[in-house]
Design a protein around this ligand. Sequence first.
Ligand code: GLU
Length: 427
Amino acid sequence: MRSPVPDYLAEMLRACGDDAGALADYIPELASADPDRLAVCLSTIDGTLYRAGDSDSEFSVQSISKPFVYALALADRGLPEVLRWIDVEPSGEAFDELSLERDSRRPRNPMINAGALTAHALVGDPEDDVDTRVERIRRLMSACAGRELQVDRRMYESEMSQAYRNLAIAHMLRSYGVISQDPRDVVSGYTQQCAISVTTGDLATMAATLAAGGVQPTTGERVLPMQVARQVLSVMMTCGMYDAAGDWMTTVGLPAKSGVSGGILAALPGQLGLAVFSPRLDSHGHSTRGVRICTRMSSDMGLHIMQAPEPARSTVRRDRTLRRADGSLARVCSLQGALQFSSAERVLRTVADGRSVALFVLDLRRVSSVNDAARRMLAEMLRRLQVDGAEVALLDPDHVLDLAEQEVVRLPERWSSLAPLAGHVRV
Ligand code: GLU
């Protein structure tokens, strides 16, 4: 069977309607782009890339570089230091606004140009030269895309020839001591980062890397720490679409970043990366057809991050108490599915209700995953059962519950089947 996903993507391109809007013309090289190019790609976090349209045609990444450079600044300097210089509040302003917070003099967020220039300056060592910073950025973006990306020199020269606004912002940043380098160097480096060439397929893979918490889907390499990916996605959610962030949040509901060349990158944490490309822009500077495609796909495929998931099947699959030959009680609690806070709470509530037993068996054979919160909650439950005098056994052949010695009174005995309890009477 041929997967229907590419056909669905091709249908999205057919259904996205007539093009409207205009090419970004403040960068001469962008004004001469072919306005009719159109592509959509979707990457799963385990590395399958679906594509439709002009998915191999290259364009400059522009502002879609900003989340990755913010990520690099976070990885290099740590969150507290980066927060000292760049806030995380939506600005509700256009991307190129000459603005700083009134009291702290910080740029409001790393997605508008003032914050992005600051993030660029925070990459690596403050003494690094422009080439060193740009090379580190190029390498990170290449690692996320899974191939070597290059700076398009023509695009860079073209934007530099008209970079009056970004130079004004950088001089403002320098005059308030937000950046320490020469403002012209910071604009040069930032403009090179924006001129890195990508395809729609690259962007979908880069989005999937963020969605996977920093693990590149095809190479399996951890390119960013998990906490950094979380921080970047959070800022994309609130600030990535500039002065259309609220509209985007309510309709599409995915952390995203757009660029003036016509790309949009969006990520659904834990599931997928999505990218679209169509150069004509709306009044906020976002690809007109790109926004339409993302809106339609989010609604068709239930991708909105605030859409409450279907209630999971009951976590406690079976809960039985048996009387053993010596008259003592054994309780066997069988769980299923993916365990996180709310499902572990359900288990704790069920177990806390029961009477005391001499043996408690936790059967995890049908549990697919246990997140850290659930693991700590179950460990504490086992510890308390032991303190109450119960012996504890685990039926966990796949080791989904990875307990540390200090988390329980005695590490529970591991069983591979319920055979030791066969023949005992159910009460
Ligand atoms: N290089 C562009 C600029 O700084 C990026 C803007 C964007 O893509 O939104 O003006």
